[in-house]
Design a binder for this molecule. Structure first.
Ligand code: VIB
Length: 216
């Protein structure tokens, strides 16, 4: 078989997958044309998303079947809690986002749905299922960001949101994540593969709804 498990999952998540990675929000981001209010609310909601994402990475560390995998996931936790966190703080400072919107904003339906999916997977999911949800979130972001032109928008809030997601380090992390999902997926029986597919499709739908919530 030449088709990998991650390719198999993605192909069965069309057309939503392609709608995510070519979303008009991302095109407007490249052109520096996302209105300030949309970018602000998107990042306020995304910061809440990142909280559960971080918990899910912790679940991956706990559930991994070998030390090398725990180390790789722990390395990504370091990025989310350092570079990525300072980006949010600087963007919030630039937009004048107050404390309550940083810590406990009212959540959009799309944010709630995504958080529930991550929390359920954290509480009940196998290692393969945790990897599935992590892979959708990271791979889809890499794929839209790889479509960016070399000339970046002027505003750092827009420009860094692109470069965070297409840097060589981020590419290497996504490559590792897919390879890990392929490795673990190869051992699964048909029923467990089908469970991963359902989750992959659900997470892709959540990504699409998340962009849509901030786009007109
Ligand atoms: C809705 C939504 N989906 C995916 C990501 C991507 N993402 C989530 S946490 C993180 C840092 C991990 O290295 C990245 C890139 C996002 N930000 N928002």
């Amino acid at each position: 078989m030449t088709e990998t498990f991650s390719d198999w999952l993605r192909q069965r998540s069309e057309p939503e997958w392609t709608e995510v990675i070519t979303h008009p929000f991302t095109q407007a981001l490249f052109d520096g044309l996302v209105p300030i209010d949309s970018m602000r609310s998107y990042l306020v909601q995304d910061y809440q998303f990142v909280d559960d994402f971080l918990a899910l990475l912790g679940s991956g560390v706990a559930k991994a079947d070998r030390y090398a995998s725990r180390l790789a996931i722990a390395g990504s936790i370091r990025v989310v809690t350092s570079e990525e966190n300072t980006y949010f703080q600087r963007a919030f400072d630039a937009f004048g986002v107050g404390e309550s919107d940083r810590v406990s904003p009212e959540l959009d339906e799309a944010t709630k749905a995504f958080r529930e999916l991550m929390q359920d997977t954290n509480a009940r999911g196998s290692y393969a299922e945790v990897l599935t949800v992590l892979t959708v979130a990271e791979w889809s972001y890499l794929e839209w960001a790889m479509r960016a032109p070399s000339a970046l928008p002027e505003n750092f809030v827009h420009a860094e949101w692109i470069t965070l997601h297409n840097s060589p380090d981020f590419r290497a992390w996504v490559r590792w994540l897919r390879g890990e999902l392929d490795r673990v997926g190869a051992e699964l029986d048909e029923r467990d593969r089908a469970r991963c597919l359902r989750l992959f499709q659900q997470a892709t739908r959540c990504e699409l709804d998340f962009f849509n919530a901030h786009w007109r």
